[in-house]
Design a binder for this molecule. Structure first.
Ligand code: FMN
Length: 196
């Protein structure tokens, strides 16, 4: 065996392994969430556990300590953000929002979910889903995981698009008992739409 043979085969193996690893990572879901008082975090943990139990692999990141460009390492995203301060993003999302809006999401599919309060903030229910979902679409992304507005009672929402929200709405302030069930149904829906 001469040296050239060894080098060619080693480099071939490394090359193949590199692409396999890269593809593996691209096929995984990257979930990015932010939370001020823990509701969105809890929902994200529940969703991850459910997906794990279904054999769906996910990496998860708290946006408080993650650069938004990390999202571009995934072809499939789940983005979780509660609405705060009357129609605003959760604080950590707000901090990186300008950078987020500059990302090129071409070739990426994402599902959005968010906590809100339809009674206390009926005029801005789930606005954060709209604030993140719309620039995602404008910047070339494919949005999945729309959710019917039907079973909620609110006046206005930036997340609304016809009879649907641009993502799953959770309301732990008024309907905590529905959260896990909604998450499971939505998880099944997005698995289908992701083509997993
Ligand atoms: C000061 C304040 C402002 C809020 N503003 C909104 C709002 O505009 N729209 C909405 O749907 N929910 C609003 N909420 C409700 C939160 O989104 C809800 O409590 C959520 O579960 C918080 O998520 P977190 O615990 O992950 O931070 C607000 C809550 C507080 C305390």
């Amino acid at each position: 065996m001469n040296n050239r043979f060894v080098i060619e085969n080693v480099s071939h193996l490394t090359y193949g392994t590199f692409f396999k690893l890269r593809k593996y990572k691209m096929d995984k879901i990257g979930m990015f969430w932010g939370s001020n008082t823990g509701n969105q975090e809890e929902a994200a943990e529940f969703l991850k556990e459910f997906m794990d139990s279904e054999g769906v692999e996910m990496d998860e990141y708290n946006i408080a300590d993650t650069d938004p460009s990390k999202m571009l390492e995934y072809k499939r995203l789940i983005i979780g953000c509660p609405t705060w301060h009357i129609g605003e993003l959760q604080d950590d999302w707000d901090f990186i929002y300008r950078k987020y809006k500059e990302l090129d999401f071409s070739g990426i599919t994402a599902a959005f979910f968010g906590c809100g309060d339809q009674v206390g903030y009926s005029d801005n229910f789930l606005d954060a889903i709209g604030l993140l979902g719309k620039p995602f679409i404008e910047n070339g992304g494919t949005l999945i995981g729309r959710w019917p507005t039907e079973e909620y009672d609110y006046d206005n929402s930036l997340a609304e698009d016809g009879e649907e929200f641009l993502g799953l709405g959770l309301d732990n302030d008024n309907e905590e008992e529905l959260t896990e069930e909604r998450l499971i149904i939505w998880a099944e829906l997005i698995k289908d739409e992701f083509g997993i």
